[in-house]
Design a protein around this ligand. Structure first.
Ligand SMILES: [Zn+2]
Length: 158
């Protein structure tokens, strides 16, 4: 199994949004509400409990600090502090049951492969994608909502 790193948004971004209620870079107002959908939180990668958890909606560039060309879109985080998902934590279990789109990019934001996973057996797909040396990273998106969830990168072999 090709080891991979799970790359959630950075703590600094979540801290800034919680403190300012403004989207970093864009300056759009962020919006706090009781969760009306499952999310997930882009920091801890846990799904929200609809009708109970409070979340903040803001605009985020999924290519921030990675590529010159941006692709902003809506994301959510928990309103209160939560733990960033560990990069070596394996595929986030809360997301396994959702229909996922894996967009595989080469540096320069070239979309080189796109895979749809609906049965939760995502590791085999990740391994197949990362077997292609020209692919540098993967963005995981929710297939139904279309929104960016998190990124995957190769981890050094142990
Ligand atoms: Zn969270």
């Amino acid at each position: 199994m090709q080891p991979f790193r799970v790359v959630a948004i950075l703590d600094a971004i979540a801290d800034s949004v919680r403190a300012e209620l403004v989207a970093p870079v864009y300056g759009h107002p962020a919006y706090a509400e009781v969760a009306r959908g499952y999310g997930p939180c882009r920091l801890c990668l846990r799904t929200f409990t609809v009708g109970a958890d409070r979340r903040i909606l803001f605009t985020y560039d999924s290519f921030q600090d990675k590529e010159a060309l941006p692709l902003p879109g809506p994301v959510y985080i928990h309103e209160v502090a939560c733990e960033r998902y560990p990069e070596d934590g394996g595929f986030p279990e809360d997301l396994r049951s959702h229909a996922l789109t894996l967009n595989a990019y080469g540096m320069g934001r070239w979309l080189l492969a796109q895979e749809y996973v609906t049965d939760g057996r995502v590791e085999a797909v990740i391994e197949r994608i990362f077997a292609r040396v020209e692919i540098d990273y993967i963005h995981v998106r929710d297939t139904n909502a279309g929104c960016f969830d998190f990124a995957l990168e190769r981890a050094p072999a142990t």
